[in-house]
Design a protein around this ligand. Structure first.
Ligand code: ACO
Length: 370
């Protein structure tokens, strides 16, 4: 039996949602660069769920469905109010999404149509939950979603209770597009493993949220922000990075299991970081990031991944650090639900084997003789 540590390079199943070939990332066969430049997040949601871009009336219908389903049951908001203070928003999201299932009359309906409707609700109730928690923990009342707004605008509106600027909405929408899917990344694979037992879609999404939370996956963007804060100035970058590399400390936001020559999403976030940090008069965040990139790439050959520049983008958008991974979850909900629906379409239990390396030929020894 051969083992592959971390399943590196293992092709676990077929999928028609997203591809990474020779470092090029495509959703439904369309290069993510084209989508970042031209599409809206809602078009990308449709693309991931249906495999093709929507016609105008299909997009209008999806936007209408997303708009009217964003309200979260009062019982779930009340449950969020009862959570202990100071817990991480990803833990809140994991628990609140699980609670959502308890109030969804279709939770156990395994039909294709019901799963699609649940995907719509999960897609737009996730941002409502995160924004509500972000306000509740500050002693503020949650803001009801506006059914007329796109996902990006609605989230910023519910979070701050004010109309976001067009620049902020556009930047946030692009970030959502870039994070939307990434074939069999850890959280998506967790979701697929979960639903391959034919459990419900909420269980799959809860697995995915728990998996995204880790610092080797979606949690890395928060660590990048913490690192930028710790470094504090461009002059401090060099000693900090040298010291970290010498001590074999991982630099968050660098390296990738699949992209060894660079993550195609990073250049978009790099450009957004440059523009947005300059606009708010904090260009040092971008300059520090560029200097870190120079050193880490120069000395270790590691390139920035999607999480690296997203940290300075989110700082520039005024978002609290511990909301970065939940924001990633808002975007990736589109991919998770697409993969869950695809898994149900052609399901087979996912059950690999272990290469046993423990002791053999042992015997039961009575407890007082051990
Ligand atoms: N900083 C310093 N060294 C690193 C880094 C890093 N960020 N990433 C990898 N390396 C080193 C490893 O220590 C290892 O060195 P060694 O051969 O001397 O032991 C070598 O590069 C190979 O790295 P692996 O850990 O084997 O790479 P793997 O494919 O298993 O891990 C991962 C990929 C988890 C992304 C890794 O690069 C990492 O931990 N990066 C930092 C966390 C991060 O940014 N995660 C976000 C990924 S993108 C996403 O999930 C959205």
């Amino acid at each position: 039996m051969t083992t592959t540590r971390g399943l590196e390079g293992v092709v676990a199943a077929q999928s028609a949602i997203c591809s990474i070939v020779d470092g090029v990332l495509c959703y439904g066969g369309i290069n993510v660069d084209e989508l970042a430049e031209n599409a809206t997040f809602e078009e990308v949601i449709y693309l991931l769920w249906h495999g093709v871009l929507p016609k105008r009336e299909q997009l209008d219908e999806l936007k209408k469905d997303l708009g009217i389903n964003a309200v979260v049951p009062k019982e779930v908001i009340d449950a969020i109010r009862s959570y202990p203070a100071g817990v991480h928003p990803m833990s809140v999201l994991r628990t609140a999404v699980s609670t959502l299932a308890l109030y969804d009359v279709e939770a156990q309906d395994m039909s294709k149509e019901a799963n699609y409707r649940k995907s719509i609700r999960l897609m737009v109730q996730t941002p409502t939950i995160i924004a509500a928690y972000a306000r509740i923990r500050k002693g503020l009342e949650p803001v009801q979603p506006n059914p007329e707004y796109c996902v990006a605008k609605n989230f910023l509106y519910m979070l701050n209770g004010t109309e976001p600027t067009d620049t902020a909405v556009k930047a946030f929408d692009t970030a959502l597009i870039l994070h939307a899917d990434h074939e069999f990344n850890a959280s998506t694979f967790a979701a697929r493993v979960t639903v391959a037992t034919l459990t419900d879609i909420y269980s799959g999404v809860v697995s995915a949220i728990g998996t995204l939370k880790g610092p080797l996956h979606g949690g890395a963007n928060e660590q990048v922000a913490a690192m930028l804060g710790e470094i504090g100035s461009v002059e401090n970058v060099e000693p900090f990075i040298h010291n970290a590399l010498e001590n074999k400390v991982k630099i968050m936001g660098f390296g990738h299991r699949v992209y060894k020559d660079g993550d195609p999403r990073a250049k978009w976030l790099r450009q957004m970081s440059k523009e947005l940090t300059t606009q708010i008069g904090r260009s040092e965040l971008y300059e520090m990031s560029v200097k870190i990139e120079e050193l880490v790439t120069g000395e270790k050959g590691l390139k920035p991944n999607v999480d690296f520049y997203s940290a300075s983008v989110y700082i520039a958008l005024g978002l609290e650090t511990d909301l970065y991974t939940p924001i990633f979850a808002i975007s990736r909900m589109s991919g998770w639900t697409a993969h869950i629906m695809e898994q149900f379409e052609n399901n087979r239990l996912i059950r690999p084997r272990a290469d046993y390396i423990g002791p053999v030929n042992q015997h039961y020894v009575p407890i007082d003789q051990r």
